[in-house]
Design a protein around this ligand. Sequence first.
Ligand code: ADP
Ligand code: MG
Length: 293
Amino acid sequence: MTPDLMEDRAQAWAAHAQKAGGGGAAKAWEGGFGRPMQSGVPDFAQGVALYVEDVTVSFDGFKALNALSLSIDAGELRCIIGPNGAGKTTMMDVITGKTAPDQGKVFFGSNIDLRRLRENDIAQIGIGRKFQKPTVYEELSVFENLELALKADRRVRASLFSRLTGEQLDRIGAMLERIHLKASAQRLAGLLSHGQKQWLEIGMLLMQDPKLLLLDEPVAGMTDEETERTAELFLSLAGEHSLMVVEHDMKFVDQLTQGHRKVTVLHEGRVLAEGLLSQVQNDERVVEVYLGR
Ligand SMILES: Nc1ncnc2c1ncn2[C@@H]1O[C@H](COP(=O)(O)OP(=O)(O)O)[C@@H](O)[C@H]1O
Ligand SMILES: [Mg+2]
């Protein structure tokens, strides 16, 4: 790449980073530029990646979360289902530090009290969140989106404008393959299909190697084929990462649970039922509030 081109790109990045300041895709790496790591490493030795106990969130007296308790094991892939308004997104807001609960415990691993950390720090210690709407940099290429995500990782210590090392190029290449976008590496992200944008954003999250991934309705609006590939991707991440997946698409949930993983049903801000999909599907209370609609 010529110095001129590099300069152009550098300016584009700087503008995007600034524009995106408060929200969107920048969330995951906000504050990632040059600030030292402030918080520790989560301890999963006791097998727990996320521990939520007795969490309540009120909005003007209405309890969006009402003494919610649940935990996710290290390496677990947990699907969360439940009717609209059950509190699923609010739960993710609490875990990521966007919303402060009135009461309760929220721990990452056995040692990190998430209620004491700010949103930016929570993203930096290994909790990645995928919002419902895809938020990628539309005017940058697929490759550049991944490159930006990689360089925003505090541990990488690369300047935004430095050349990629061979190892970094390999990482981006492997990610392009993993998210099925190898053939589209040089396309502008804005030209991708909805499903491809979702994959790209997931790829951007993964470039930072999060220990816990929160995915809010990731396959909404995807074609059947895209949905199936997304399930395969998530299944390939389980074990290495812990995942919390909120979804309404029962076929997708079924594919993710593979007949043996637990699902959690949320209703009115708390856990209504938890167990194998086949069990909760036959739970009368679950059928009444959710599945029987
Ligand atoms: N910022 C807010 N202010 C007031 N009410 C809110 C706010 N965020 C969520 N709620 C309410 O909390 C409840 C749970 O919302 P949400 O967590 O988005 O549910 P879900 O994601 O399960 O559909 C809903 O009744 C919603 O209207
Ligand atoms: Mg929601």
